[in-house]
Design a protein around this ligand. Structure first.
Ligand code: DAH
Length: 346
């Protein structure tokens, strides 16, 4: 036994005395530690094995431990004396009970896992990319010109001239295509960052799920729509439908914004969909030939020749889906770690 062991025993034993529930438990502890065959006498007996030079200090420590134990036991016994009520008297049935508090999966994780499972049925695998990205992957290869506002320091968290906290999960498209031959069929969930001021619908850190399907066989906008329609019904309920609205993204052509029909009113119009019957969910489109050219130049071959590959991409916010699906009015609730909120989703 070393001095450190001794210290540990001391802390442990004093904790036990402190926690003793009644006089009987205290007596058990007295026997365990100070009784004739207790730990303290046993350690004193074993002191001949302690190296000579350590013995004086060791001895002092054991004596101090014994004194501390005795004092703690006297104090604990005193506490019991004042509580000499019967169990029936001591039990206050008006106090709220303590129930077990099982955890629940976080809504953001839940949406990511459900989405991955739904797309797995369609042959999509999950790909991953880093939160810190290069200018090339996050912007240049995605055909986003230098004058685009999303590249501005007021919108993007730059680490230096070339590295940034990714503003979208789209750069994983570039990573996948530069490393893999077509066909590529992935979804990629992850964190994204923007220089946003937090309010009920904005957060500087949020999550997106990106999808990419590129093949050497024709892939069309109709495939994109049927895929997202399948996702909508699997995620939001069998009746959920999708609609496409023309839009612009630098890395898709044509580009669309994707709405899901409102799962609350079924499209009739209600508070959730702001009376429109539709809820804006995703950006999407056919991969722009310029993206393939950037990928080819990074690869040094023409595996993604725009004349012979076809592909679509889409991207949406995870928090948004979670908020819509579970009726959460404020994005901040998702990050406050308040069990009163999280336990409702168990
Ligand atoms: N990255 C876009 C954004 O953050 C969303 C997006 C739009 C992703 C269109 C796509 C896409 O893959 O094709 O706003």
């Amino acid at each position: 036994m070393t001095l450190a062991d001794l210290e540990r025993r001391q802390v442990l034993s004093l904790g036990e005395v402190e926690a003793a529930a009644d006089a009987a438990a205290l007596e058990q502890l007295r026997i365990k530690y100070l009784g004739r065959h207790g730990e303290v006498p046993a350690i004193i007996k074993g002191m001949k094995d302690v190296p000579q030079n350590e013995r004086p200090e060791f001895g002092k420590s054991v004596q101090a431990w014994r004194a501390a134990l005795e004092a703690a036991m006297v104090a604990r016994a005193g506490a019991f004396a004042g509580e000499a009520k019967s169990d029936a008297e001591a039990f206050d049935c008006t106090l709220p009970g303590r129930w077990p508090q099982p955890g629940a999966k976080h809504p953001v994780s839940r949406v990511i896992e459900e989405t991955a499972a739904i797309f797995a049925r369609l042959g999509f695998i999950v790909a991953d990319g880093p939160d810190i990205e290069t200018r090339f992957n996050n912007f240049t290869a995605l055909n986003t010109p230098a004058h685009h506002p999303s590249m501005d320091a007021s919108d993007t968290l730059w680490l230096n001239d070339d590295l940034l906290l990714r503003t979208q999960t789209s750069p994983v498209q570039i990573r996948m295509m530069t490393r893999h031959m077509p066909p590529v069929r992935i979804i990629t969930p992850g964190r994204t960052y923007r220089r946003d001021t937090t309010d009920a619908t904005h957060s500087a850190n949020f999550h997106q799920i990106e999808g990419l399907y590129v093949d050497t066989r024709p892939v069309s906008l109709a495939d994109l729509k049927s895929t997202l329609a399948y996702y909508a019904s699997a995620m939001m309920g069998a009746k959920a439908g999708v609609r496409f609205r023309p839009h612009f993204f630098p890395f898709t052509e044509p580009s669309v914004e994707v709405d899901f029909s409102c799962h609350v009113c079924g499209g009739k119009g209600c508070r959730v969909c702001k009376m429109s019957g539709w809820i804006e969910i995703a950006g999407a489109g056919m991969v722009d030939p310029r993206v393939y050219e950037h990928v080819n130049s990074a690869r040094g071959d023409r595996a993604y020749d725009p004349d012979s590959v076809y592909g679509y991409a889409f991207g949406f916010g995870v928090e948004r889906i979670a908020m819509i699906k579970y009726g959460i009015p404020d994005i901040r609730w998702l990050y406050e770690n308040d069990t009163r909120f999280l336990s409702q989703l168990a």
